[in-house]
Ligand binder design. Structure first.
Ligand code: NAD
Length: 298
């Protein structure tokens, strides 16, 4: 069993780290929000006073942070993970960040004598809770092989996607497709409702028909149909609009760089930004279903 430093105990990290503790690892957790550290402690993660404290004796350091800027800040600087970790420590970043940040993490980690693997995840909070996430790994083959073993307690599928940054690139493309799928479910759920269909009866049809999708099964934006839907809890996240907007903008930026046409992704991005402009960025991204409703109610 290993000593694991876990940085970022939010919606995803709180649950993923608990799986490692349950598997018998000595997990030391840090978050800037004390209530999240306490919640993780109740699930077997030992509270560490700082990033430096958490990583000092760690075999593996795992990050689950909002954005690239947070990842850079936690790794770099005199109190950062690079400065305090033992040489050769395996660093895994499960956050969804931009490709440039991930490349920088790989290069700088190597320069400082550490091993880095981009290890973004898919499957949402429900997948993190169940320990069935898809983990997409990018890096040197030997490091990726070691990372596969580490993530096993919270992974349903682990895929060695390729060299450095290929995990994160796959994640950004996947989440662009998720956003477009969410748009289909937004519009379908509201059209079904306003055509007078019973929501459960319609969901039962789509679930076993060609309209089926991950957002239909997991995020259906009508209360009372799917247990894991944020619609059942006033659109508390889940996957926040702010994080979804980040992912879609990174994917659209990739499309702009490569000349790929992504009109559907641009519509989703516009809707997420409209929610943010209303001050609703902290609510779940499935709230975009409002834009399909004739009067904005769900
Ligand atoms: P979150 O905001 O709930 O959690 C991130 C945590 O990082 C927060 O608790 C925050 O306090 C903490 N944090 C920020 N700066 C810190 C620092 N300097 N030191 C220590 N802790 C710090 O976000 P989340 O939903 O758990 O997502 C985490 C990452 O995983 C994001 O990159 C997100 O895009 C990605 N992701 C999220 C989902 C999802 O459904 N929520 C699914 C897949 C991937």
């Amino acid at each position: 069993m290993s000593v694991v430093a876990w940085i970022g105990l939010g919606a995803m990290g709180g649950r993923m780290s608990a799986h490692l503790a349950a598997a018998g690892h000595d997990v030391r957790g840090v978050d800037v929000v004390p209530a999240l550290v306490e919640a993780a402690a109740a699930r077997g993660v030992v509270a560490a006073a700082s990033v430096a404290d958490a990583v000092r004796d760690a075999d593996v350091v795992i990050l689950s942070l909002p954005k690239g800027e947070h990842v850079r800040q936690v790794l770099d600087g005199p109190d950062g993970a690079w400065a305090s970790a033992r040489p050769g420590t395996l660093l895994l970043d499960t956050s969804t960040v931009d490709v440039a940040t991930s490349r920088w993490c790989h290069e700088q980690s190597a320069e400082r004598g550490h091993r880095f693997v981009d290890a973004p995840v898919s499957g949402g909070v429900s997948g993190a809770e169940a320990g069935t996430l898809t983990v997409m790994l990018g890096g040197e083959a030997a490091d990726v092989a070691d990372a596969s073993g580490v993530v096993a307690p919270f992974a349903g599928s682990t895929i060695a996607v390729g060299p450095a940054t290929h995990g994160i690139a796959a994640k950004l493309v996947n989440n662009m497709m998720l956003g477009i799928g969410m748009l289909a479910v937004s519009e379908g759920s509201q059209l079904a409702r306003h055509l007078g269909l019973d929501p459960q009866a319609f969901w039962d049809v789509a679930r076993v028909s060609s309209g089926d999708s991950w957002p239909l099964r997991t995020w259906y934006p009508v209360p009372g149909i799917v247990d894991s839907s944020p619609a059942n809890r006033g659109f508390a996240p889940g996957f926040s609009t702010d994080l979804a907007e980040k992912d879609l903008s990174l994917a659209v930026a990739g499309a702009d760089e490569t000349g790929v046409h992504v009109p559907a992704a641009r519509i989703v991005l516009e809707q997420l930004r409209a929610l943010q402009a209303e001050g609703l960025g902290g609510l779940d991204c499935t709230l975009v279903a409002r834009f399909a409703s004739p009067d904005g109610t769900l």
